[in-house]
Write a protein that binds this ligand. Structure first.
Ligand code: XMP
Length: 511
């Protein structure tokens, strides 16, 4: 890759991925690596950022990497824990702070003409989140800015391109945070801003062509953003040598299989739709336990996909829509390196005997970048803006055992809810929405008749990554209309409730 690269050393902060995304929003490529696994090709990185951390520099020797190949050699920006790390191990002093240092603060410049703060106004709001504070600067430290409660809020090291800040420039509430990152990366580190969706598409297409040549590639499409963008990229690179398989597991949204398949065909993809609803339903018969349902759905998918892939001759590669957050190695809560690499691919775990090589064109990019790349590729904005939908689909939204009738009921309910959100202009304000079919009947009255029918729960959440989420305060008028529509139109349902639980302690899906 010809782009300048930024290395982000992760000390376990909850904001580390946000740093990487902010840097990339500046059209600069960045990579996250655990603090204790500094890449051996360090010379290829043009600047280094040290992240924050839940740990204290005073406590844990484990978070003390050797930075001798970086510090003073490359431009370095130390954020929060990173700044304390610099101070603590280089002749300064870090101590527990006496006042609470969480939330908003305002910068007061000490060095007014410092390029690090170019285009940032004196008094600019920054976001603090730390319990230790830097009492004394490290050797050769030059104070750049303070806040009301934090004297050493920003400093540099004389004679080095080393900068340190106690606040978090990556969070939204640091008003000029992006400008400060730009000052450091562009002005101080002299990095070019040429990592754009267009350049990504161009380079990825070249890389795919070089990697797979004239081989055939098979890809499982799910209807979601990642697999769709991966398919369009691959299609651009290798055309008809890409064989897409779109499986209907019978647990998709109402009419989704037909409409998405049409869309795929309209995009020129070489796609085969396989309706395996009956096979999935048969495999799920009588199963109530959520994890067993997931397993049954996952196994059926592998069987169907495997059958289809075997109908193709000479396929050498399996493409997957893996994205960057799935492959970032995380720093564990104990401070040690964690071997766990997150993996939640719906298409994962194919049997060994398929012996396919793997190609993952989106492996280096975040979800928001996938959408930007998708837009560059001309993919329909409605498809790119779709809510996330779980691989097991409605299977984990029907509590208890699954039958064709329950799927039909939930599809109807879900369609009324989702179409309503779209009609009321609420769809894009919600991160994910759906309906759950509960395994209880309750008494109702319709006309003069007693009913004893199903209850559904509606769920709409806001979130950034699904790890935490809160319920959305949908207008009462919308809920009222939706509830009426559902009960009047969907036979078998006589009660609608709205889920007002956050995650944690609840989860987004009910199973
Ligand atoms: P939870 O319920 O864990 O959901 O709060 C977080 C996000 O993950 C999705 N989800 C799944 N996605 N297979 C998937 O592909 C699954 O088994 C699965 N379970 C939950 C969920 O829809 C939400 O976006």
């Amino acid at each position: 890759m010809q782009h300048d690269k930024v290395l982000i050393l992760d000390f376990g902060s909850q904001y580390t991925q946000l740093i990487a995304r902010r840097v990339r929003e500046l059209n600069i490529y960045s990579e996250i690596h655990p603090f204790n696994k500094i890449p051996t090709n360090i010379e290829e990185y043009k600047a280094v950022i040290l992240s924050g951390s839940p740990f204290s520099v005073r406590g844990d020797e484990a978070l003390h990497p050797d930075l001798s190949k970086i510090r003073g050699v490359k431009p370095m920006l130390a954020v929060c824990y990173g700044a304390q790390y610099l101070a603590h191990f280089s002749g300064g002093e870090v101590a527990p702070s006496n006042t609470r240092e969480y939330g908003r603060a305002n910068l007061s410049f000490i060095q007014k003409s410092e390029p690090f703060f170019a285009h940032v106004t004196d008094g600019s709001q920054v976001w603090m989140s730390h319990s230790d504070t830097i009492k004394h600067l490290p050797t050769n430290g030059v104070l750049l800015a303070s806040t009301h409660d934090v004297e050493n809020a920003a400093f540099k090291i004389e004679g080095e391109a080393t900068y340190a800040i106690q606040f978090h420039p990556e969070v939204y509430h640091s008003t000029d945070g992006k400008q400060i990152l730009e000052n450091f990366l562009v002005t101080i580190a002299d990095i070019k801003q040429d990592w754009t969706p267009d350049s990504f598409v161009e380079e990825t297409v070249d890389a795919i062509q070089e990697k797979v040549g004239n081989d055939k590639v098979v890809l499982g499409l799910s209807g979601g953003v990642d697999s769709t963008v991966a398919a369009v990229l691959l299609n651009k690179a290798i055309g008809k040598n890409l064989y897409c398989i779109f499986v209907n597991n019978g647990l998709l949204r109402k009419n989704e299989f037909e409409s998405v398949l049409n869309q795929y065909e309209g995009m020129g993809l070489n796609v085969k739709g396989v309706d395996a609803s009956d096979r999935f339903l048969a495999a799920l018969k009588g199963i109530e336990d959520p994890e067993k349902k997931r397993k049954a759905i996952g196994n059926s998918f592998i069987e169907v996909f495997d059958d289809e892939a075997h109908k193709l001759e000479d396929v050498k590669w399996l493409a997957q829509g893996t994205i960057y957050p799935d492959v970032i190695e995380s720093v564990s809560a104990t401070g040690g390196p964690s071997a766990t690499i997150k993996s939640h691919h719906n298409v994962g775990g194919l049997p060994d005997f398929m012996k396919l090589k793997i190609v993952e064109p989106l492996r280096a990019i975040f979800k928001d970048e996938v959408r930007r790349v998708g837009a560059t590729l001309g993919i329909d904005p409605e498809l790119l803006g779709r809510h996330p939908f779980p691989g097991p689909g409605l299977g984990i939204r029907i509590l208890g055992d699954i039958t064709a009738e329950k799927v039909r009921i939930l599809q109807e309910v879900d369609a009324i809810f989702i179409n309503g959100l779209k009609e009321w202009g609420l769809y894009d304000k919600v991160w994910q929405a759906g309906a759950m079919l509960l395994p209880v009947n309750s008494v109702g009255v319709m006309g003069d008749e007693r009913t004893y029918e199903k209850c559904v729960a509606l769920r709409a959440v806001e979130s950034t990554d699904g790890m935490t989420a809160d319920w959305v305060n949908l207008p009462y008028e919308f809920l009222q209309k939706t509830s009426n529509d559902i009960i009047n139109k969907v036979k078998g349902v006589n009660r609608v409730v709205y889920d007002i639980s956050s995650k944690p302690p609840a989860t987004i899906e009910w199973e």
